[in-house]
Every structure is written in C-alpha cells, then in structure tokens.
Design a protein around this ligand. Structure first.
Ligand SMILES: [Zn+2]
Length: 169
C-alpha cells in the first residue's frame, strides 16, 4: 500500500519502472481518442466536476487507461469523496502510474500520469481516508471501466502490464 511519503519520494526522486511502454505520435493519439479524451490525457485537461461518467458510479470492475489499456484502479478502492470526480484510495499496482510536481493554476499539486503511455490521469492528495490517507482524484475521460465478467476476456487479449497485474488484485 502506498502512503503519502511514497508518492512524494516518487515525484521527487524517481518513479517506479513500468512493465512496458506505449508511445505514439500526437497524430496517432488524436485518431485513437475522442476529443475529450485527448484534451484530458494528452493536454492535461480537467473535465467538469460531477458531469463525468464515473463520478457517481460504484459498479464492480476495474478501471483501465483509455490510452493503453493498462490496469489503473480497482473499484474496491473507489470511494465517495464529494469532489466531483472519481476518487480512489490506492492504485491497482505500485508501478501503474507515475507522479510529478505540478505548480500550474497557482496550486501545488502532484500530477498522476499513466506509467505506460504518459496519459494525464488527474492528481493525488493527502486528504484521503485512513489508514493510508491518499485521494486519487481522476478524470473519468482518462479511464475505461471493465465489468467484472469482462475482466477475464480482456486479460486474455492483453498480455501487457494489465495481464501481469491481475495476480496482484
Ligand atoms: Zn496508459
């Protein structure tokens, strides 16, 4: 389980190594993603609070990266944070994402980025619930939820990082 001190160390010194890397040109990303997904994940956009698909959704399943399909979060760590965006207490695996200090908009925040394809996901804060105190505040547009019954077929077709990560769920 990650704590705030782990997140700070990752952002300050070095992030965990991803299992694989997915890199595409801006043109390829534009073809692959909707304009909203592109704006959020490749241009570090933020979708409007509450008016996003996973904010109030608590169905079981896993949340994967919209850009590369990597496993990001399990629904078991999703909680109601009254923030307007989907919120999680922990990433699905320690190396699912990387962290970067973000001083934009006159705020000091820590940005959360997909470790495989560099998609901007959202930010992580230290005001989450006990015992670890993390709140991952994530844009719905950066994720795709996979229903529990679909998980097996997704992993059979995805021998990448998500397939290996399944055993850690
Ligand atoms: Zn990704």
């Amino acid at each position: 389980m990650l704590r705030w001190i782990d997140v700070l160390k990752y952002a300050k010194y070095s992030n965990p190594e991803p299992r694989v890397r997915v890199e595409k040109t801006e043109e390829e990303w534009q073809q692959l993603l909707t304009s909203q997904q592109y704006r959020v994940t490749r241009e570090k956009g933020t979708e409007p609070p509450y008016r996003n698909v996973y904010c109030r959704s608590y169905e079981p399943g896993i949340y994967t990266c919209v850009g590369c399909g990597s496993l990001l979060f399990s629904s078991s760590t999703k909680y109601h944070a009254i923030s307007g965006w989907p919120s999680f207490t922990q990433p699905a695996t320690k190396n699912a994402m990387k962290y970067s200090f973000d001083d934009s908009h006159n705020m000091q925040r820590i940005e959360v980025i997909c470790n495989v394809c560099d998609a901007h996901l959202g930010h992580v804060f230290n005001d989450g619930p006990e015992p670890h105190g993390l709140r991952y505040c994530i844009n719905s547009a950066s994720m795709v939820r996979v229903e529990e019954e679909e998980v097996d077929s997704v992993f059979r077709n995805n021998k990448g990082p998500a397939g290996e990560a399944k055993s850690q769920l």
